[in-house]
Design a protein around this ligand. Structure first.
Ligand code: NAD
Length: 261
């Protein structure tokens, strides 16, 4: 008996087996959920389909989340295949590499716009298209991924911190909007995990390397840790939790002035 037996999950954002989305997929699968995947086209055949097939999943579709048409298309295909969404995972973010280093003041207008569009607005568009397709229902759990840089200044995170702040605000507004229909919307704010996206943040290795010395639990976190919290958010165990940002960071965010040994 799994906690998610009979539930259907659509997951956006698997790039490879290091992706947080994949860590979440593995945990949802382990608890009995049926999974489908939407990722950018260039990753689909070489990376995403083999992973999906390894857990018996055949729904693998291309989707650029900055396109309403592509989001609509994926939702229509999911509707035809599965009829409903019980768990919607948004694990997608992007900002131009040059905007993830140096002076925040020099963030370009174009870089700001694309970071906001892909990393924050896409959650709104995803929920809207899923709702318009009649896929959301009382009990659906929507889960996105955020980071501490939304709240405090993290070196080089720059425009992505602003986009994550917007994303967390979107989570609250979507929770208020969709809550009367029984749909819950929450964010997992993860500690640093070595992924493709993370490698785009300058000096990420340093940030990753000092994390365990500061976090109360004295270790780095994994995509699997995010997956386990996602299981809780996806399941009935979190039935009264919505609009929240849940930290999966070994307690890093509660620290003020640590002594680094
Ligand atoms: P990842 O590179 O494995 O995943 C990011 C995904 O976003 C990729 O699959 C990429 O293809 C997708 N993406 C980018 N632009 C897209 C677009 N226009 N349309 C569709 N998909 C697009 O990296 P990850 O670290 O697993 O990132 C997943 C989420 O977790 C992101 O929101 C990220 O900000 C967040 N997060 C990551 C960390 C970390 O340290 N790795 C920490 C906290 C939060």
């Amino acid at each position: 008996m799994g906690l998610l037996d009979g539930k259907k999950a659509l997951i956006f954002g698997v790039a490879n087996d290091h992706s947080i989305a994949w860590g979440i997929a593995e945990q949802l699968h382990a608890q009995g959920a049926t999974l489908g995947f939407a990722s950018v086209e260039s990753l689909l055949e070489r990376r995403v389909r083999p992973l999906a097939e390894s857990i018996g999943s055949t729904f693998v579709e291309a989707c650029d989340v900055s396109s309403d048409d592509q989001l609509r298309d994926v939702m229509a295909k999911w509707k035809a295949a599965e009829g409903t969404i019980d768990i919607l995972v948004h694990a997608v973010a992007y900002a131009p590499r040059e905007d993830l280093e140096g002076s925040f003041t020099n963030t370009t207008r174009a870089g700001f716009a694309v970071a906001m569009d892909v990393s924050a607005y896409s959650l709104v568009a995803m929920c809207r298209e899923a709702n318009a397709a009649g896929l959301l229902h009382a009990g659906t759990s929507v889960i996105t991924l955020s980071y501490y840089g939304a709240e405090k200044v993290v070196a080089n995170y720059n425009v992505m911190g602003v986009a994550k702040a917007a994303l967390e605000a979107c989570v609250r507004y979507l929770a208020a909007d969709l809550g009367p229909g029984g749909v819950r919307v929450n964010a997992i704010s993860a500690g640093p995990v070595r992924t493709l996206s993370a490698s785009g943040v300058r000096d990420f290795r340093k940030l990753y390397g000092t994390f365990a010395g500061i976090a109360p639990l004295r270790s780095n976190i994994s995509a699997e840790d995010c997956g386990k919290t996602a299981v809780w958010l996806a399941s009935d165990l979190s039935s009264a939790v919505t609009g929240e940002t849940i930290y999966v960071d070994g307690g890093f965010n509660v620290m003020g002035v640590p002594l680094i040994e």
